[in-house]
Design a protein around this ligand. Sequence first.
Ligand code: 13P
Length: 270
Amino acid sequence: MRKPVMAGNWKMNCDNEEAKELADGVTAHAGQVEGALVILCPPATALTTVQSSIANSAIKLGGQNMFWEEDGAFTGELSAKMLLSCGCEYVIIGHSERRGRFGTMDEADADDLAAVFGDTDATVNRKIKSALAAGLKPIACCGELLAERQAGRTDEVVEAQVRAMFDGVSASDAEKMIVAYEPVWAIGTGEVCDADEADRVCGMIRATVADVYSQDLADGMQVLYGGSVKPDNVDGLMAKPDIDGGLVGGASLKADSFAALIESAAQSAQ
Ligand code: 13P
């Protein structure tokens, strides 16, 4: 039985004051929920603030990105060790907003300007291995662009991303990972992926993990859906057999809406 997960990716939102208010609010609503694993991923500047808020709760802390080196001359970057020292247990890796799907910013069209941070399948894999080596659990993201879906390439694109994520990762490390399927066209658009289709792709991801490792390992892996998850669509998603939870942007920025998502996840386990 896989424990449902509700992870809030706050992205580049919340200064320390706002972060404290939001984390306090989530903790008050859902700090003692046992039926779901709740993870907050605030911006790096708010990690220690949020850690203080959730310290006496069951809520876990995650980073939003990391670099694979341990330390050194890498201006602006954060290592796994640094995230651990702020209290993180998890780290989001390979979010579509960090994957560079374009050679240069000029090649990106206006809608895709967020894709300028340069992560590739290879750097995502390297970050995953570095996180695991340091003792952080990656929440590894995959998902197709709208043009890829329209061209009927969803499965091919997602399967290739998933295989690349796990390249050179041992089974005992892979067991610690969470995978998040986030169709890029559904992120921040209000256009949620149809629950049956999201479930189908999450099932395909699980089958790929089974092919790389074993059915047992795949059966134990939490696979999340992300992209416009909201209180009014979460129950339909959580009811699906291959969707084990959500990776949530917008709706994680309000304590009451995120609490509703956590409640739905916890209920789905019963
Ligand atoms: P939204 O929930 O705002 O669509 O964002 C999803 C996401 O990217 C979570 O990582």
